[in-house]
Write a new protein. Structure first.
Lengths: 199, 199
């Protein structure tokens, strides 16, 4: 099927076919320069009204790492403790404050579409989730492995890392070079005909 | 910053730096083979418990196109009418039925974690949103432009295209080769320091 793709085979492998969710990592550090390169790539991918609600907290200090691990599900604690870098990915419920700058084609969008907090929360969560998909692929674009997780105490992380009450964690991602026995055998994917229908 | 990336520059441009959300398209058809190639690439990107809740409806018949356009916001009607192909992207609230097959490492996950519908809806919506991010980049990997939209009558599309009550539309995406004046000037992106903090 790859003849229908323009993306070269090496890039297909790096981002999708060979890349795997890592559960163990080497000790090699992940630098701020690498994360900045990831961001400077994936920031271009689209969000509705260019709203870009994703916010990223890089957990680097041992003290912050302990605070995060305490809120992870038991099965996620060891890898969150040992990954070279862990990123907390959240949506900003007040993203609309930036819209006059981010969507200059219609600066009124902030008030016309997003004056109500529940509307902002729903739109922001969806668009931040798109951005998390882009971010995971961006980590892979840097030659790193991602270990995205959703097993954690959401309220606990929100209170611990976002005391303003205006953010909600959506995922926590371990980042690094894959270590020994980094992944399980790949699980099956749904067939095209199980996912795609035509009307 | 690109020195920190392994992904080659052409792929960076194709997927992120040069790709744009298209608002007009040429008449060149988008084939089922192209969409199958997109799916056969992006299906490998990760979801929690390998749950893969995204479902795709390709709107090909003029009759179905009319039914869809009727539920789009006014500003999205013309482009949804004229795009070579339109895909309705939804989450399957009953994705857990596939988990014994999709997550053989822990076949009990279906009942242990996802027996409650609200839990499934939340998990599925998040993971399907990640998959929509992957799918948008996959469209670009096929040398096509995507025009993702969230401006539509959600309940209307749900009733019109998912009569079982077990699916919820999350996005509608126009797909094709970009036409004349396909996009506006690119809007600003948030700076790294506006998005990423370190603790």
């Amino acid at each position: 099927m790859t003849d229908a793709l323009v993306l070269d085979a090496a890039a297909q492998d790096l981002l999708f076919r060979e890349a795997r969710t890592a559960n163990t990592f080497t000790d090699e550090p992940v630098t701020d320069e690498q994360i900045q390169a990831v961001y400077d790539l994936v920031k271009y991918a689209p969000t509705a009204f260019n709203q870009q609600p994703l916010r990223v907290v890089l957990v680097r200090s041992p003290e912050a790492r302990e605070r995060l691990v305490a809120h992870m599900s038991d099965g996620n604690k060891a890898k969150t403790q040992s990954a070279p870098l862990v990123a907390v990915l959240a949506t900003d419920h007040e993203f609309h404050e930036e819209l006059p700058k981010l969507f200059p084609a219609f600066p009124q969008a902030k008030d016309v579409f997003f004056s109500e907090r529940p509307v902002r929360e729903a739109a922001g969560s969806f668009n931040a989730s798109l951005q998390i998909g882009y971010f995971i692929l961006g980590i892979r674009a840097a030659g790193l492995a991602a270990g995205p997780m959703t097993g954690f105490d959401r309220d606990g992380i929100n209170k611990e890392f976002f005391a303003d009450g205006d953010h909600e964690v959506l995922a926590v991602v371990n980042i690094g070079k894959p270590g020994a026995d980094a992944w399980f055998p790949r699980s099956p994917r749904l067939e095209y005909d199980e996912v795609v229908t035509t009307v």
